[in-house]
Design a protein around this ligand. Sequence first.
Ligand code: UDP
Ligand code: MN
Length: 283
Amino acid sequence: SRLPSKSALMRTDVMMVTPWLAPIVWNGAFNIDILNAQFHKRDVRIGLTLFALKKYTVFLKNFIETAEKYFMVGHKVHYYVFTDRPQDIPSLSLAEGRTLNVTEVTSYKRWQDVTMRRMQIISENCLQRFIYEVDYLVCADVDMIFSDHVGVEILSDVFAAIHPGFFQLPRQKFTHERRPESQGFIPKDEGDYYYTGCYFGGTVEEIYKVANFCHNAMMADKAKNIEALWHDESYLNRYFLYYKPTKVLSPEYVWNNYYGSSVYVPSKRFVHVEKDYVRIRSD
Ligand code: UDP
Ligand code: MN
């Protein structure tokens, strides 16, 4: 699966490129050795932002341990963990060239606010430190594990991942925010893909724009007592409608076993962990 295709024709069963000519990353579409050599030449530094507030600290150990095995192996990786419970962060051994930094942040009562405020924290940290410390940022949910290779093939100026529940559905079925009064509004006949809110990334400059837009949109809605249907995910989808991602990740890169399996996704590289929603989100 790591070999390049011998023919100039690649997979024909799935879309390999968006209508705005951004690559869609599928298994078999790239040669990782060529890509690794290119990114090593640039000595690229990759930051991974993770939020583990309240009971979500339980997910960190498996996340980091599987990331050590599969995520950007051989490259410089900085894990940035944001938490309200620094004493609950386990100490984990990391491979050479990889560091983990814990930053204490204040929590919010509603889980929706915890997930949405990630955008504010990401945007502030882009200016304060990420810009000095890393070249790319990957922003991920913490209730996930890696179970196969995820490497530099995902990196681009700004990338988004197709939500595993929507890649075979027509855009009318996408669960975008449809109320025009919300800053997350997307008209019924618009929307390119339904992107997941749990995984996106890009250069620090681009992620600053993404996170800053989403945070401001949420604050504008909050002032009017509106909250978009799927919280940060809705605002992110709105941003990506008007500022198209330069790379799109197939659902291999963010699977959820709730959707079973798909012949189009032979490898589930990054998978949501099952959780008891009520219990894990309670105080
Ligand atoms: N989160 C957290 N503590 C909470 C709620 C959410 O740390 O109490 C963070 C965590 O990183 C989580 C993300 O916000 O992965 C998104 O929330 P969740 O995973 O519950 O959303 P879902 O994937 O179920 O839509
Ligand atoms: Mn999640």
